[in-house]
Write a protein that binds this ligand. Sequence first.
Ligand code: SF4
Ligand code: SF4
Length: 357
Amino acid sequence: MADKPRSPIESGCPDGFQYIHPVMRKNYGAWKFHEHPKPGVLRHVGYSGDEIWTVRVGTQRILDVFSLRELCDIGDEFADGYIHFTIRSNVEYMVSDPAKVEPLIEAITAKGYIVGGTKNSVAMLSHTQGWLHCDIPGTDASGVVKSMMDELIDEFRECNMPNRVHITTSCCQINCGGQGDIAINIQHTKPPKINHDLVSNVCERPSVVARCPVAAIRPAMVNGKPSLEVDEKKCICCGACFPPCPPMQINDAEHSKLAVWVGGNHSNARSKPTFQKLVAAGIPNNPPRWPEATAIVKNILKAYKEDAKDWERINDWIERIGWPRFFEKTNLPFTKYHIDNWRGARNSLNASTHIRF
Ligand code: SF4
Ligand code: SF4
């Protein structure tokens, strides 16, 4: 046995601390308080007496090299050479001198970027990758983000909402994205079409069979070749078979739709997590501007803004007014598709005889 354990070989992303603004690094975990002087600007004060001002800037989500250089140049000139990307693709600049805040905002807005996204505003939509670098999308999530944020620009720039609103997108039905106050998700409505000529060369059939959550896929011989078949009565059109077996094409220009879900929230110090619920389905997946989905999101935001009490998140608001009132206030039709009839939903169904208000 060796005397000393071998040092691990570090691969993966580098230590992020080296890229943090020095004042942030010095005061990490030792902040006395923070405040919100105006939309898009935060001020943190540390126990050491240091303070740091953060200016948050919305981007168009997919950044070309020119825009990136432009944003970095602003960071070099006004923000001590540091730049920070948030998980919602915003850019944050940090400065330790309050006199630098306004010139920084002027330089950013002069280049056409928008400052905002803090406190009780609509933050930038978070998004999955869509056609950019994923192999299973049913739509271009980044395009939905850009089109919707173009319409919600005033809600990003100002703090007019009862509380913060996080909107998310998801470009397939099974993987990342899709948990937010409002989520715009792809929704397949037809079972996959199988290209039997390709299955035996491309797919590992046992993996595909194992992948189906409702056991709807079976091995089959078609035209003398090993292939697969789908029991369409069982299929829930989730699209999980498409990634391991691309010949099971499920994405469809007409039948892949969008759905809007609301009320998802992570747990925090005061409340349990809440699961989002479907409120609109079968919305046309209509690039390049997705006007139907955007209209529904704006409508929900309008009802929330008018009716929610201060500091209620969307899930708190719906919990208080109840789902029937939510559908009345948003004018969204309630259909049979809103009823959770999946057999595993027994735990979440209201099965008690007690009357609830
Ligand atoms: S949501 Fe699905 S398709 Fe979109 S990036 Fe994530 S895994 Fe890929
Ligand atoms: S779409 Fe989903 S439910 Fe339908 S066959 Fe494929 S994996 Fe199974």
